[in-house]
Ligand binder design. Structure first.
Ligand code: AMP
Length: 397
């Protein structure tokens, strides 16, 4: 069965068409600037030339139609008609407490996603637009919602409660939810398989270090803690997000800079993290280059970033009373050997160390700790689209 995986943002739509039997990506692409001037589609069919077209996309329904047209086009298409698309898997950012696993999309599910939209006001409404657009263009094709938060729903209250008045939880469901769940689930499962073990028998820490970054503690196959919170702002220092900080900073900066609370929050989301701290870039390639060129602030930024990762790893070792496997994944975790090495310098107490030769490799599943180490450190490339396709098939079959 061919599964169309959709990741819908407010002005963008990323897609992949995956054959669920061979797990081959038949095509992938991206619609950008939906609803704005200069909207365009970039379509990459497997084994054929990339196709790029600028075309007005006033809304997501037009974007979905363009994706279907590209997928079924006689030159750059990969299927003959819409009937060859068996199901659609939608990435949904926030499932609140309602969804602990993926579900078939029904009118009740759409209502429930709407109800938790105030927990992710930038993401869930966009995800819903994608669902409605597919309903219009592909009526009758089953759709599945795969939630970023679902894998973390196994966290116990001691891991998800904030030290706030309990009524905020009762009234508004203010608690920690965690994100990147599809990746944490996929990578912890793959890490166990790769090592020839059962996930149910292991204590695994997954470091998903991408532009957004989060860490999770996965004990006996279940998530017991993760670093993101009510929103994806909590936890690690990220590309442009601050991660953890003293909440009193918000009022302090608002007063000093004459900003509203919303403006300070915007700074924490979009102008902080390694970009804000280094004054260089949110991209670790730029940061590393600047450090090599003697930029002291870039060096401090990288050290601060890695120190925070190492502290979270330590706290999850405490939470699980040990760890068997530490897995690095996502853009930085998979590609940046320097970050892995710098984080690994804090692993002495665990009886683990990073092998420089293995750590220099890229793009493959690999053990980067030394033989005989007490804790195994691995790199596992994540694949959220494949995970979404797998979950979609499991539900529609
Ligand atoms: P992601 O959000 O998982 O796509 O990760 C994107 C981030 O990964 C980029 O912003 C870079 O900081 C980082 N990245 C990607 N490729 C490399 C690389 N070759 N070396 C270091 N960092 C990389």
């Amino acid at each position: 069965m061919n599964i169309l995986v959709i990741n819908c943002g407010s002005s963008s739509l990323k897609y992949q068409l995956i054959n669920s039997d061979s797990e081959e990506v038949l095509a992938k692409g991206l619609c950008e600037r939906i609803g704005a001037a200069g909207s365009c589609l970039t379509h990459k069919p497997a084994g054929k030339d990339q196709y790029y077209v600028e075309n007005p996309m006033p809304d997501h329904t037009v974007a979905v139609q363009m994706v279907i047209d590209a997928l079924t086009d006689k030159d750059h298409g990969v299927v003959a008609s819409l009937s060859e698309i068996g199901a659609v898997g939608h990435r949904i950012v926030h499932g609140g407490e309602k969804f602990a696993s993926s579900v078939l999309i029904t009118p009740d599910v759409i209502k429930a996603i709407e109800e938790v939209s105030d927990l992710a006001p930038l993401h869930n409404p966009a995800n819903l637009i994608g669902i409605h657009a597919c309903e219009k263009i592909m009526p009758g094709v089953p759709m599945v919602a795969v939630f970023d938060t679902a894998f973390h729903q196994t966290m116990p209250p001691k891991a998800y409660m904030y030290g706030l008045p309990y009524e905020y939880y009762e009234k508004y469901k203010v608690r920690r939810y965690g994100f990147h769940g599809t990746s944490h689930d996929y990578v912890s499962k793959r890490a166990a398989e790769f090592l020839g073990k059962k996930r149910e028998d292991l204590k695994i820490i997954v470091c998903h270090l991408g532009n957004g970054a989060s860490i999770s503690a996965v004990m006996n196959g279940k998530c017991v803690d993760t670093s993101m919170g009510l929103t994806p702002l909590e936890g690690l220092i990220m590309g442009t997000r601050s991660g953890d900080l003293d909440p009193a900073i918000l009022e302090f900066i608002a007063n000093k800079e004459g900003l509203t609370l919303a403006e300070v929050t915007n700074v924490l989301n979009k102008k902080s993290g390694v970009q804000g701290l280094s004054k260089v870039s949110s991209d670790f390639r730029d940061l590393s280059k600047a450090m090599d060129e003697g930029n002291e602030l870039a060096k401090i930024t990288l050290e601060t970033y890695c120190y925070r990762v190492a502290k979270y790893v330590g706290s999850y070792v405490a939470a699980m009373n040990g760890v068997d496997v530490i897995a690095f994944t996502a853009g930085i975790g998979e590609n940046d050997g320097r970050v892995r090495e710098m984080v690994g310098q804090y692993f002495d107490y665990l009886g683990a160390s990073i092998d420089p030769e293995k750590n220099a490799k890229r793009g493959e599943e690999i053990i980067i700790s030394k033989p005989g180490d007490k804790v195994t450190v691995v790199v596992i490339p994540t694949n959220e689209e494949l995970a979404i396709a797998r979950q979609t098939v499991a539900i529609v079959k």
